[in-house]
Design a protein around this ligand. Structure first.
Ligand code: AMP
Length: 191
């Protein structure tokens, strides 16, 4: 049975790392819209340039572009067979509703939304640290704070949204990576 798992949490919570680990353990593809958008950097098109400017500011790319990129990826064979661990998508209520409707058309649904939670200060500190390690242009101190603000305004409303749908499971992200992975796997068990 294919599974669709949404990963939620502030930037810096380790969603990406955890999503990769779950993907390896469960054999479900890890789909990161951030990675898909960053991959556009190599394209020399007006859309690719626009996306780069938006990402460098810490703002969200428009829903139409993001939804299209995510849907294209979800139509590939691996996701059609096994589903997806969605990391960074949906990022707001419009994307969440669009995903729900689209999956419904494919006779599929979100099976669970996993929130990796983290206090603001820890989140911002982690994003800045990671930027230095990975050379990510979109993660300076200022941009880190901006990305957190955007998360609170746009993405955090997905927490009550999935809670109301009885799909939300929350784990404390302020612990070792192994402890977080273990809790996430427990939350997924029995799906
Ligand atoms: P991430 O790697 O998930 O932290 O995303 C990095 C950046 O990519 C974000 O700050 C946004 O600019 C953009 N991005 C990634 N996913 C989305 C999405 N679902 N909707 C809009 N923008 C996105």
């Amino acid at each position: 049975m294919r599974k669709f798992i949404v990963m939620l949490g502030p930037p810096g919570a380790g969603k990406g790392t955890q999503a990769k680990r779950l993907s390896e353990t469960l054999g479900i593809p890890h789909i990161s819209t951030g990675d898909l958008l960053r991959a556009m950097k190599t394209l020399d098109t007006p859309l690719a340039q626009k996306v780069q400017v938006i990402m460098a500011r810490g703002d969200l790319v428009d829903d139409e572009t993001t939804v299209e990129i995510a849907q294209d990826r979800l139509l590939e064979k691996d996701c059609q067979e096994a589903g997806a661990i969605l990391d960074g998508f949906p990022r707001n209520l419009v994307q969440a509703e669009s995903l729900k409707q689209w999956l419904g058309e494919q006779k599929a649904k979100i099976d669970i939304a996993l929130l990796v939670d983290l206090p603001r200060d820890v989140a911002v500190q982690r994003i800045v640290g990671r930027a230095k390690q990975e050379g990510r242009a979109d993660d300076s101190q200022e941009v880190a704070a901006k990305r957190y603000e955007v998360y609170m305004a746009e993405t955090a409303p997905l927490i009550p949204y999935y809670e109301a749908a009885d799909l939300l499971k929350t784990v404390d992200g302020n612990r070792s990576m192994d402890a977080v992975t273990s809790d996430l796997l427990t939350a997924i068990q029995g799906l």
